[in-house]
Design a protein around this ligand. Structure first.
Ligand SMILES: Cc1ncc(COP(=O)(O)O)c(C=O)c1O
Length: 382
């Protein structure tokens, strides 16, 4: 049985994306920087993809810097506004993806002061944290639009307004939000925004940093001046073409995809509500339509994940990037969830091809686990 419920980790490549990439790879050679006909044809492919990605978030093509993915976009965002500057203050939420968190920690070690913005039990950055953490003198604020583990959304427009009033640049990691929610760069108020192709049915290893045109940014890598000097290196044309195709598809399918996922997610949560042993995290928060992070009392997340894997159901424990580490999710700990409870967490993330049968299969297996735990508990006299 194929039951893939780990779309926040990565999505399958959409058929039109694969076709566009194959056509590109099988096409004539050429470096987009070459002035001959072959080069110009490759440049045209990159330009077309840049337009498609720009349309996804409502910006001009010149505002798109192609990168190797969300991780590089996040690193570049933080680097671009801090490199070569006298260290000052940054405000970063405690629930960011490691590509923001660890870059911020590295800046902290280099003398920057980081105001870590706390979240409440519903995974929302608190008003007090914003009040105390974003102040005149703050240079950069980085808060993600949608959390990859709980799916909780932040009010980026309100945070950006605060950042602007303080004279700070606003960066948001929108990797998990695009393709699931309408995202208009200008409406977010952010000046920098990270995207990744493989979360929207595009290829792995390509993403973008969207930039306000007025920003002066310092690149991380130097060389042939590609991406207007912001990201040197010969472009990965096939991946960029795939990203463009995925972006176009995401625009076309957004309303249908998010409504379908939301209906299935609600069916899943109705089913889970039958089991008092199950906790759904950040359930009261505005959330992505496809994400449920849950724990079953009495079983740790890794064990539950393995049990589901044996039944052909793929989910993740904590975030995919940190699974394998024996530590509870930093996001759940930041929400004040007890470490033992957090160790029980698994993340279920639905996608375009998820069906009601997938939801039923998952509920069935979770039901079996709950029964098994109950029986074991009775036998042990708990
Ligand atoms: C919120 C968020 N930001 C950034 C990334 C990193 O993106 P990439 O895998 O393209 O490097 C991820 C991937 O899991 C993510 O979920």
């Amino acid at each position: 049985m194929k039951c893939y419920l780990d779309h926040n980790a990565t999505t399958p490549l959409a058929a039109p994306v694969r076709e566009a990439m194959l056509a590109c790879m099988e096409g004539l050679p050429g470096n987009p920087s070459s002035t001959h006909k072959f080069g110009r044809a490759r440049r045209a492919l990159v330009d077309r993809a840049r337009e498609q990605v720009a349309q996804l978030v409502g910006v001009q093509p010149a505002q798109v810097i192609f990168t190797s993915g969300g991780t590089e976009s996040n690193n570049l965002a933080l680097h671009a506004v801090t490199a070569g500057e006298t260290p000052g203050r940054l405000a970063v939420s405690t629930i960011e993806h490691p590509s923001v968190l660890e870059k911020a920690q590295q800046l902290e070690a280099a003398g920057w002061r980081v105001d870590w913005l706390a979240v409440d039990a519903q995974c929302q950055v608190t008003a007090q944290a914003l009040e105390a953490g974003i102040r005149p003198g703050t240079r950069l604020v980085s808060v993600m639009m949608a959390n990859n583990e709980t799916g909780a959304l932040q009010d980026i427009a309100a945070i950006a307004e605060r950042a602007r009033a303080a004279g700070a640049i606003m960066h948001t990691d929108a990797v998990q939000a695009v393709g699931k929610l309408p995202v208009e760069f200008a409406a977010t108020g952010a000046q920098l925004m990270s995207l990744s192709a493989h979360k929207i049915y595009g290829p792995q290893g390509v993403g973008a940093l969207i930039c306000d045109k007025a920003l002066e940014l310092t690149p991380m890598q130097y060389g042939g001046g590609q991406e207007r000097g912001m990201r040197a290196g010969t472009e990965n044309v096939a991946a960029i073409v795939g990203f463009g195709a995925a972006a176009e598809l995401a625009v076309q399918r957004l309303a249908e995809d998010s409504a379908r996922m939301r209906a299935l997610r609600e069916a899943l949560e109705r089913g889970l509500a039958r089991f008092p042993q199950v906790t759904v995290f950040a359930q009261q928060a505005p959330r992505l339509p496809n994400t449920v992070q849950l724990a079953v009392a009495g079983i740790d997340g890794e064990t539950l994940l393995m049990q589901l894997d044996r039944a052909g159901i793929a989910v993740s424990s904590g975030s995919a990037c940190s699974s394998g580490k024996d530590e509870p999710s930093h996001v759940l700990l930041a929400m004040g969830i007890d470490a033992e409870v957090a160790r029980g967490a698994i993340r279920v993330s639905l996608g375009r091809e998820t069906t009601q049968q997938d939801i039923d299969a998952l509920l069935d297996r979770i039901g079996q686990q709950v029964q098994w735990i109950q029986k074991a508990g009775q036998a042990a006299g708990w």
